[in-house]
Write a protein that binds this ligand. Structure first.
Ligand SMILES: NC(=O)C1=CN([C@@H]2O[C@H](COP(=O)(O)OP(=O)(O)OC[C@H]3O[C@@H](n4cnc5c(N)ncnc54)[C@H](O)[C@@H]3O)[C@@H](O)[C@H]2O)C=CC1
Ligand SMILES: O=C(O)[C@@H]1CCC=N1
Length: 272
């Protein structure tokens, strides 16, 4: 039974711990640390995991340590954990946006490190995660990391670390894009006189249905789009409006902004 410690017990840690418990990992093999008593105790209550105020205690005998704190918190935790890590040499997994493997090596030592980027649908086992490993990660450790993230949904290894910020741009941050689209659909229907509740239900279910067709049908997005689009019909009218407003360009700009922000987060940490 691999002992796993989560440093930071916020939204993403909750999603990942929930996934592990759901797939049958024993609660007794999981520890979490968070300075916020309320969140920490809620995790202990809900999942039966050991919860600590001090990171050092959670990491004390862990074989895998998963960093689930905000990138900006890294400077605050590196001193206290470095010593524990030097003794134990755990597999270190980071889910922090932007934070590069060479930075983690500099702060925490020459450890086997997997940098990954999950997303919030992990909470319901429908997450999408990109992973990237340094050369110290052994094949069993690679499998271990994948096993932990598989519990949260789909995983894909991305060998070129430079693309990890792209993973953030199209997957880590992207649930919010779909939520924003549903909000916009809802607002558009309300503006045409529909009640918000009905508008939300119809738009959200359409998002779910489209997502399931994309993942379950084996068809390309382009083919699925084509089948909705009757010649000279309503969909064609809407898609032509999207094209006139340069939807593809708008999306490319947004993905570039998220990707760039990942690099900036890392650069800001280089100064600390
Ligand atoms: N929220 C998202 O959609 C995604 C977030 N991420 C990454 O996951 C990481 C965590 O994000 P969230 O869970 O959303 O944030 P969060 O704010 O919900 O969780 C972070 C937790 O860290 C705790 N914390 C603060 N200082 C600490 C310290 N010194 N030691 C230990 N714990 C400390 C906070 O009390 C909080 O509970 C970030 O690095 C983010 O980039 C990655 C993928 C998706
Ligand atoms: O917005 C953020 O920085 C984090 C990383 C990906 C999703 N949320």
């Amino acid at each position: 039974m691999t002992r796993i410690a989560f440093i930071g017990g916020g939204n993403m840690a909750r999603s990942l711990i929930g996934g592990l418990i759901r797939t049958g990992v024993a609660a007794s093999s999981i520890a979490v640390s968070d300075p916020q008593a309320e969140g920490r105790q809620a995790l202990a209550r809900e999942f039966g995991v050991a919860a600590y105020a001090e990171n050092r205690l959670a990491a004390a005998d862990a074989e895998v340590v998963l960093l689930a704190v905000k990138p900006q918190i890294m400077p605050a935790i590196r001193e206290e954990l470095r010593e524990v890590f030097q003794r134990q040499r755990p597999l270190l997994i980071s889910i922090a946006a932007g934070v590069r493997i060479d930075q983690l090596e500099r702060w925490f030592g020459a450890l086997p490190i997997v940098r990954c980027m999950p997303n919030t649908p992990a909470l319901i086992g429908a997450g999408a995660t990109g992973l990237c490993a340094n050369a110290r990660v052994s094949p069993p450790q690679r499998a271990q990391a994948q096993h932990i993230l598989d519990a949260a949904g789909l995983t894909r290894w991305v060998d070129d670390e430079a693309l990890m910020d792209t993973v953030t741009g199209i997957a880590g941050s992207a649930p919010a894009y779909f939520f924003a689209l549903v909000e916009a659909l809802e607002d558009a229907a309300v503006a045409q006189g529909m009640d918000r509740d009905t508008a939300r239900a119809l738009a959200a279910q359409t998002c779910l249905g489209a997502g399931r067709m994309l993942t379950e049908s084996g068809e390309s997005p382009a083919e699925l789009r084509r089948r909705v689009t009757s010649p000279n019909g309503t969909t064609q009218a809407a898609l032509e409006s999207f094209a006139r407003d340069n939807l593809a360009g708008i999306v490319a700009h947004a993905v570039a902004a998220a990707t760039r922000r990942g690099g900036e987060l890392a650069a800001e940490l280089d100064k600390t």
